[in-house]
Design a binder for this molecule. Structure first.
Ligand SMILES: [Zn+2]
Length: 138
């Protein structure tokens, strides 16, 4: 049947953290104040009079920068989604570390590993014994 390996509690906890789906994204939000093209607008000379803020979310996908404009409200949501993505990355890293520690433990405990192998093989005898005549037993 299935794998009888029971993960250590650290691995199970790390896995549980990964199994909590949330909307999340990669990238960053930027906030800009812009000059307009209108003649006579104060933004031309006065940085304080620039227009905005204008929000956008930017992400690099396969070497290409993709960005999209956002409203102020959307920018807040997107910031939280990006933060959720950062947390997910931490959880992935924690999961890796827990699994690697587990992997090290299995390297250093040959008995545990051989028990595991025995369980997987069930109670079947090694194939060499198959050649023994059965008639003697019955
Ligand atoms: Zn202007």
């Amino acid at each position: 049947m299935g794998d009888t390996l029971v993960p250590p509690s650290g691995v199970s906890e790390a896995a549980a953290q990964l199994a909590k789906p949330r909307p999340m994204r990669r990238g960053s939000v930027s906030e800009r104040f812009m000059k307009c093209g209108q003649r006579g607008c104060r933004c031309r000379e006065d940085d304080q009079a620039r227009h905005g803020p204008y929000f956008s979310v930017t992400r690099v996908v396969e070497g290409q920068t993709r960005s999209r404009y956002l409203t102020g409200e959307q920018a807040e949501v997107v910031r939280r989604q990006i933060e959720a993505g950062h947390e997910f990355r931490k959880h992935v890293e924690a999961y890796w570390q827990a699994c690697e520690q587990w992997a090290d433990v299995r390297l250093e405990a040959p008995e545990a590993a051989s028990q595991e192998a025995a369980q997987k093989g069930g109670s079947k005898k090694p194939s060499a014994r198959k050649s023994r005549p059965r008639s003697k037993r019955s």
